[in-house]
Design a protein around this ligand. Structure first.
Ligand code: NAI
Length: 713
């Protein structure tokens, strides 16, 4: 006892159950908690001295959901329906025991109550919450590919009606305490210091220990079932909407709708069983495991510095110099100042530097206008950005980010000028998107302090930063670059040097495959729709228009020059060349690319495409196109592992989802291979190599891994 909760009975016969899961900043559901709650319920229900109980928390917040690390570890043991149900049912059963223990139970919700925490409160007969402005209330399980499996899909609709419950459960939205009160999830909201008193009074005033749904004649508010026109209409529309939004890549929202639809037509006991069965199906699908692993456990660890060399002390960046105040420099200046750093922004003229600062001014004005920041805070942020006219002003910088033109000579020049004035311990970080870091470091007098820190555009929106370790970058430099990214509250991944590093290199295979398909006469609409159905945020042709075909063309030309005789044209090159040289459609910025961009209407695929790239008589199956678009990215990621550009599958997975939008349901490019099964993946790649070309051919290294079934995780 006492690992997770304590129980104290007062003179009035009220038991105060205080949850305090040891060693955790937040109360989470763990096996210990379940065991101790079982004992507490037994004591409450059988002890004649206990009239009722108040459940609260000793921490700042009430309780969050299941411990995700425990959940992830449990996934290994869930192999069939029986083992899935053995995992899913006990907590559900336990909360049912609580609400049927025969004594009145009040939840005194002192702060955030999410997932299992809110489900615990819903299994109490009375819910009073503290007027806590920062508390978040909700059932966010859908965000990790699961459903609220401790009664959430059954009690919430019975309490507030199916429509409102589904909005909360399917969206995974967080409500404030006042919103939860307005939705009648809570009975009362009181000042924090009165919380326990009000909960006790409810019991002493004769609070009843029976749930509404356990009383005779109970009806779900707003109706339930297929025969009730209100509910029937809701489910018809809702199913279509969910299908459109998830494209059936995410099983959880449909499982939630099914559990609510079926479960609300039967007594709660049966409803809870139905819920656990649907949770079991989700536990058996790889989607939730992949999402939890990459997007929660590993993302969280990366943001705490999992990849930084452990023996190097943390180094806080106070002053950062930014060279080049163009699109990227301006946006990096903003996020650095937002994170509290002093910024020195330099361009070739002071006017250009000022223009770069205007970017921050616009963002700050927008935030103030929308109430996301105060005028005073905005002014303070802007005062941290100092535009400078010469290198002498860069003395005292802990770190310099270079974001000048993508030109070796210019980059070499600014490196030398900055290094002449910055402290010898300062880090020099290049934001180059294509030039190998080791070669840029040749211009540096201190190559150990030189590193790549690759932001994505626009930096204030994009969550990922790709750190590129050059041949001579030191462990201290890597640690400092990671510390800087953590200060910016972004997710760092660490990769080794390579042409296009990791993210740009793999992303290019997606756009190349899109252009190759166009060249083969596959309908552009099919290509674009299938990519989006697979879960990519936009199709390959639309995204090429966005980044411009011009950029892809220049990168190709540069690579051709750099590689000389060993350069081989990519399969999409004929289409790219024709679009640029003959058809002169360089992308969205110019008003025309694969799409037309009329000023007064939505973009649409350019009608002329079929004239210049005639459609093939036989069009491929959608599944074939989908496979080509996803497999080529996963295969290139595997090549990055083989070449040690990636030294860790976590960087590959995080980078693919956060960097260029590889579908989150996969868990990332390498989780995708593991999920397909490496043997099948390699066999299918071989088939595709025969059909579509050698870019699909797996290497001997990958074939050897497949032969012994060696996963990336
Ligand atoms: P940009 O053309 O918008 O800005 C470059 C800025 O550098 C201009 O303001 C220019 O006046 C300034 N500049 C040029 N020579 C200079 C010198 N000698 N001293 C001081 N300032 C000088 O270019 P953008 O897009 O901001 O790119 C900058 C760097 O970031 C490039 O290396 C690019 O490859 C990289 N990058 C670009 C991304 C993008 O989406 N645009 C994404 C990630 C990296």
């Amino acid at each position: 006892m006492n690992q997770t909760l304590s129980i104290a009975v007062d003179n009035d016969g009220i038991a105060l159950l205080t949850i305090d899961v040891q060693g955790r900043p937040m109360n989470v559901v763990t096996p210990d908690f379940m065991e101790e709650l079982t004992a507490a319920i037994q004591q409450i229900s059988t002890s004649p001295a206990i009239k009722g109980a108040v459940i609260t928390s000793a921490k700042a917040d009430f309780m969050a959901g299941a411990d995700l690390k425990w959940l992830l570890a449990s996934h290994e043991k869930i192999t069939d329906a029986k083992s899935a149900m053995a995992f899913a049912w006990p907590l559900n059963e336990l909360f049912r025991k609580l609400e049927t223990c025969g004594k009145p139970i009040a939840a005194a919700i002192n702060g955030t109550a999410l997932g299992g925490g809110l489900e615990l409160a819903l299994a109490c007969h009375y819910r009073v919450a503290a007027d806590n402005q920062t508390a978040r209330i909700g059932l966010p399980e859908v965000l990790v590919g699961l459903l609220p499996g401790a009664g959430g899909t059954q009690r919430l609709p019975r309490l507030i009606g199916i429509h409102d419950a589904l909005m909360i459960i399917i969206e995974g939205t967080h409500l404030s305490v006042q919103e939860a009160l307005a939705k009648k999830i809570f009975h009362k909201v009181v000042p924090q210091d009165q919380l326990i008193r009000v909960a006790r009074e409810w019991i002493l005033d004769g609070g009843i220990g029976v749930q509404p749904w356990d009383t005779k004649g109970f009806k779900v508010p707003g109706g339930a079932g297929g025969m009730d026109p209100r509910s029937a209409q809701l489910f018809m529309g809702g199913t279509a909407l969910v299908s459109k939004r998830t494209q059936h890549n995410y099983p959880a929202p449909i499982a939630i709708m099914s559990a609510v639809y079926e479960g609300t037509q039967v007594p709660i006991e049966t409803g809870l069983k139905i819920e656990s069965r649907y949770l079991s199906t989700l536990l058996l699908s790889p989607v939730s495991r992949n999402m939890i692993r990459t997007m929660f456990v590993n993302k969280g660890a990366a943001e705490k510095g999992a990849r930084r060399p452990a023996d190097v002390p943390v180094r806080k960046v106070s002053t950062v110099g930014i060279l080049g105040a163009g699109m990227m420099g301006a946006s990096i200046a903003y996020i650095s100042a937002r994170a509290g750093m002093q910024v020195k922004l330099l361009d070739s003229t002071i006017e250009k530097a000022e223009k770069g600062k205007q970017y921050s001014e616009k963002l700050v004005a927008k935030d103030v206008e929308r109430g996301r920041s105060s005028a005073a805070k905005g002014a303070e942020l802007l005062s941290r950005i100092q535009t400078v006219s010469g290198y002498a002003d860069l003395t005292g910088c802990d770190l310099v980010v270079e974001a000048v033109f993508e030109d070796r000579t210019i980059k070499a020049d600014v490196t030398r000028q900055a290094e002449a004035v910055i402290p010898s311990t300062a880090i020099f970080a290049s934001n180059t998107s294509t030039l190998p870091i080791t070669s840029l470091a040749e211009a540096s007098a201190r190559p150990a302090n030189f590193i790549g820190v690759h932001f994505f555009s626009p930096a204030e929106k994009m969550p990922l930063v790709e750190i590129i370790v050059g041949k001579q970058s030191s462990a201290e430099t890597l640690a400092c670059a990671i510390d800087y990214v953590i200060q910016l509250r972004k997710t760092p991944i660490v990769v080794n040097d390579s042409r296009g590093f990791y993210t740009s290199r793999v992303f290019a295979t997606f756009t190349n495959e899109g252009m190759t398909l166009v060249g083969e006469g596959v309908s552009p609409a099919l290509i674009e729709n299938v990519a989006r159905q697979a879960g990519m945020p936009v199709g390959p042709l639309a995204v090429l228009d966005e980044v411009t075909l011009e950029l892809a063309y220049h990168v190709t030309e540069q690579t051709r020059r750099d590689l000389g005789a060993s350069y081989k044209d990519a399969s999409g090159w004929p289409v790219l060349r024709k679009m640029m040289e003959v058809l002169k459609r360089p992308g969205k910025r110019y008003g025309h690319g694969f799409y037309d961009y009329p000023a007064d209407a939505r973009k649409s695929l350019w009608a002329g495409l079929s004239e210049h790239f005639p459609l093939a008589k036989a069009q491929p199956e959608a599944e074939e196109v989908r496979k080509r678009l996803l497999y080529i990215q996963a295969l290139e990621t595997a090549r990055c592992v083989e070449e040690r550009v990636l030294t860790n599958p976590i960087d590959g997975d995080l980078g693919s989802i956060l960097g260029w939008g590889f579908p989150p349901w996969t868990g990332g490019t390498l989780s995708f291979i593991d999920t397909v099964g490496i043997k099948d993946f390699v066999a299918e790649c071989k088939q595709m190599a025969e059909l579509y070309g050698p870019r699909f051919a797996p290497s001997a290294w990958l074939e050897a891994r497949a032969a012994i079934g060696q996963n990336f995780y």
